[in-house]
Design a protein around this ligand. Sequence first.
Ligand SMILES: [Zn+2]
Length: 335
Amino acid sequence: MKFSQIQGNEQVVKALAGAVDSGRLPHALLLHENDGGGAFPMALAFLQYLYCSDRKDGDSCGECPHCNKISKLIHPDVHFVFPVVLPSSSAQSEHSPSEQFIPDFRTLALEKPVFTEGDLYRALGFDGKNPVIGVAEANALLRAFSLHSLEGGYSAALVYLPERMNTQAANKLLKMLEEPPAQTVFVLITHAPEKLLPTIVSRCQMFRISSPLVSAAESYDDGGLLSQLMVALLSRNLAEALSIGEQIAALPSRESAKGFCRYAAEKFRRVFLCQQGLSKLAGDDPEAAAWASKLSKRFPRMALAKLDRTVGMIDRNVNIKILFTELTDSLYMYI
Ligand SMILES: [Zn+2]
């Protein structure tokens, strides 16, 4: 994957290439995408650029042995980590848990580099289960990194969905980020930075990968219902907020109700980023910045979890009016 094959996100490409060119590469990058938003090809293009032995014009050559191995996802110094469900018999395997599923991971990522979390779980046979990144994964990574790179350059870990790490794994990763082995680089791809340990986030240089989904979701909120709802909530007018909640519930379809939730989630993630002092990553969204200063620190985390549940309930055909009344009530309490 070359940078020239990436759609949009020119600023991110420029920054990533610049970091490699300057020789001042951060030890950890956090790419924040909406599900299916194209962070994986971006991560791959970045690694290919980092390893390429014949870079030109701000891009990898695409032909050298390093480029070749990275594009096939078989470079020995690039480790892929993703959430898995292990059969109980394999708990003591010396291989990293992800490694046991790497053939199917490769097949998916090569066929469809812009995959979603759901695509991955379907490809690996985890549908309806609860895949996690466990401590065995972190230990395997530590072992691999302590061996130094096999080809004499960087060792890299691409961690897909670090928010799926359990506490032990997260603490271990944090330790690695605090005292990174020399010549190592972590690339984390997250859908929900608010679910990561703040100490992990603060160790990473963060990039927002924007995707067409965001603009599609925005089209669900033509009437500015979210803005009206937030005005009512912030002025502590619960009756007004509930009446706006009813208007949202009256959107023409379940799909549009879900679209509204996705749009609200995107906005609340921006609020979270603004509260962390990362308003640039929130696209310098003045509305999100204004809300961020008035909302509690717990608001984005709680609201995002509630929106997640609401979308799940919409899928299960629960009465939408009840769902949005509950959602409005909860948002009111989180403020
Ligand atoms: Zn190359």
